[in-house]
Design a protein around this ligand. Structure first.
Ligand code: P1T
Length: 381
């Protein structure tokens, strides 16, 4: 089955009891048993729910993996993955990554004895230098949030495999429409389904897809034992969102291309960060491992005083000032004070995330209207 068919059909059958073409929302906490231990595969809804199960199977098909495991949020999915490790183990992660992922590693898991190192992961030598005999997991985010650096998934996974280290790719920014990390050698792929998978800014949900049964079984164990499961309504909404994933992400990519060109040509704009630009340092890697370059764009102004950036941030009308990304509507954000505020300022700035950086999640509106909106906001600078 090709990707555009899988989003609509993979893992999805008409409901056996009614023929309903849409997966029903099984809004139940428990399932009646005929006798002790005699049931239809479902005992208790933390352990399993048919709506969630369909989503897990659909996601496994989209990511070309063995099985999917869903959680209450993207961070809950990451939390479950980190629980595969133990005190004394080490994680190496990209030094540009979602602020909440950084916070989970630093503030929640470090006190339990799980150490993390952060490296510019597009630099393989820097990555290799950070590995120690205790390294158990390489956490790859690509494209990175918010600087849109690209990590060579195949190269990192080859290196990791040669040292017996597990790899996980946070595929939130790309979505499986643009890249399938398991095909490039990753052991796990993780999503904040809150973003492109759901696609309509109406839910919070996380997912992991494992390449092999060993890891998916361990993650299903954590899912049940720790219990950070999503509700059936949200699973239904993600399934519904996924049906148009290919259409939405392609339109977002096309609109982002127009936005990038517009920003590049604008006299007040400084850096424009987007992997589709031919002079992006990892453009070749992106062209190799991604189908297209994504709907996220970051930029700053030539006048990089933060108050100038504020004028743009508060001056757009179609781009709404909000955290999150990947929905049908365009958003504008200020990573330093919003999504990445939990990263210490010096560390952020050393990695290139300045106080004046602006991040766009380009939606699926009319491209001309989006450019007009940016034009009038930039005129305020
Ligand atoms: O918000 P949640 O579903 O828990 O997912 C966390 C998460 C994980 N990974 C990446 C790459 C993310 O971007 C996020 C969430 N990010 C935002 C809310 C944001 O605006 O960047």
């Amino acid at each position: 089955m090709k990707f555009n068919t899988k989003v609509i059909h993979a893992g999805i059958e008409p409901d056996p009891s009614s023929g309903a073409i849409m997966t029903p929302i099984y809004q139940t906490s428990t399932y009646v048993q005929e006798g002790p231990g005699q049931h239809k595969g479902y005992e208790y809804a933390r352990t399993g729910n048919p709506t969630r199960r369909v989503l897990e199977q659909n996601l496994a098909a989209l990511e070309n993996g063995h099985d999917g495991i869903c959680f209450g949020s993207g961070l809950a999915a990451m939390d479950a993955i980190l629980k595969l490790l133990k005190a004394g183990d080490e994680v190496v992660a990209s030094n540009d990554l979602y602020g909440g992922s950084y916070r989970l590693l630093r503030r929640i898991f470090e006190p339990f004895g799980l150490a993390s190192r952060f490296v510019p992961m597009h630099d393989l030598r820097a990555l290799e230098a950070a590995l120690t005999p205790a390294t158990r997991l390489i956490w790859i985010e690509t494209p990175t949030n918010p600087l849109l650096q690209i990590v060579d998934i195949r190269a990192v996974c080859d290196l990791a495999r040669s040292k017996g280290i597990m790899t996980c790719v946070d595929n939130t920014f790309a979505s499986p429409y643009l890249q399938t990390p398991l095909d490039l050698g990753a052991d796990l792929v993780m999503h904040s389904a809150t973003k492109y998978l759901g696609g309509h800014s109406d839910l919070v949900l996380g997912a992991v897809v494992a390449r092999h049964s060993e890891l998916s079984e361990r993650l299903h164990f954590v899912q049940n034992a720790s219990g950070a499961v999503p509700g059936p309504m949200d699973c239904f909404l993600v399934l519904r969102g996924i049906k148009t994933l290919h259409l939405r992400v392609q339109r977002a990519c096309d609109n982002a291309r127009a936005v990038v060109q517009f920003l590049r040509d604008h006299p007040k704009v400084g850096r424009v960060l987007h992997p589709g630009l031919s002079d992006h340092p990892q453009h070749e890697v992106a062209a190799r491992q991604m189908r297209d370059f994504g709907g996220m764009v970051s930029f700053d102004l030539k006048d990089d005083r933060p108050d100038q950036a504020w004028k743009v941030l508060s001056g757009t009308r179609l781009f709404s000032l909000a955290e999150s990304l990947g929905g049908v509507e365009s958003l504008i954000g200020h990573p330093a004070s919003m999504t990445h505020a939990s990263i210490p300022r010096e560390e952020r700035i050393a990695n290139g995330l300045t106080d004046s950086l602006i991040r766009l999640s380009v939606g699926v509106e009319d491209a001309g209207d989006l450019l007009e909106d940016l034009d009038q906001a930039l005129a305020r600078v």
